[in-house]
Design a protein around this ligand. Sequence first.
Ligand SMILES: [Zn+2]
Length: 341
Amino acid sequence: MTLLLFLKSLQRKAEKELKEAKELKQLDDIFQKYLGKKGELTAILRSLEKLPETKRAKVGKQANNLKNLVKQRIEVKAKKMRLVKEVAKKTDWIDVTIPGRKPLAGHLHPLTQIKSQAEEVFQSIGFSVVEGPEIENEWYNFDALNIPKDHPARDAWSTFWLKDSKLLLRTHTSPVQVRYMEKNNPPLRIIVPGRIFRHEATDASHEINFYQVEGLMIDKKVSAANFKAIIQEFFKRFFGKETKIRMRPSYFPFTEPSFEVDMSCLNCRGEGCPVCSQTGWLEMMGAGMVHPTVYKATGLNPKYWQGFAFGIGMDRLAMMKYKINDIRLFYGGDLRFLNQF
Ligand SMILES: [Zn+2]
């Protein structure tokens, strides 16, 4: 290989290495490799004087060109690298005084919030929270509650029956009363929040599954007056001090006497508006004094014990509290709705 060809291959090698260099240290190494005391190019430059004059000029010129080229490339690239380093140093600095970005967090569903609020009120007046199964049998859901088979009252609860079994999805939370009375001796003071199911067409005020808070209080001398006082207290604490209630006679198979409880309309404060159909009152719950048949079914003697039971629709509480007019919104999973709570 002639010296000229060797210089050319040296140039290609140097150019390739320069191109690939990523750090200042590598540039330093390249400089030493070609132009340092023991550099390949330095050796050629030193040997020029030993060459015959005819070759010296040509080789000398090319070797010096290469020397300048390598030097210049190293300089340019080093400058660039230092600049990048400086900028990186500046941008790496963290301003600890900038307010942090708030991480996205979920929150409780409005019905869950209503459930805990209701639980809190009842717990503060001495009730314990009890839960029971959503899948029930006929005995707990109907018979023990004085709704025997073929009794017309069963039609009032459109039921989801489970295929090929005698099981059903509970149509109310009342079966938990029965289960609790079987296992515990009075005095009893419980509430039962939970999901219930009805085989019905849905509309603005009906869903196929919804939530109820059942209540039960049994002792030796628990009267309808006690019921009124407790429920009045509940509504005042839940909706505000001005809330009034009234009781109307009603019918349920598992209570005698039975009543319907109305609450003064929050929208018009009792003066009459479209929400309350101009009556000033809103129907909120069913209740009554526990029927003797229910005591018998659970092994308690109705001669010794008396008490009341009630069932409030949790969805209804939520609709009133947040002024929502369509129950289906609670179950639609639409974040535009849910994010407001
Ligand atoms: Zn009203």
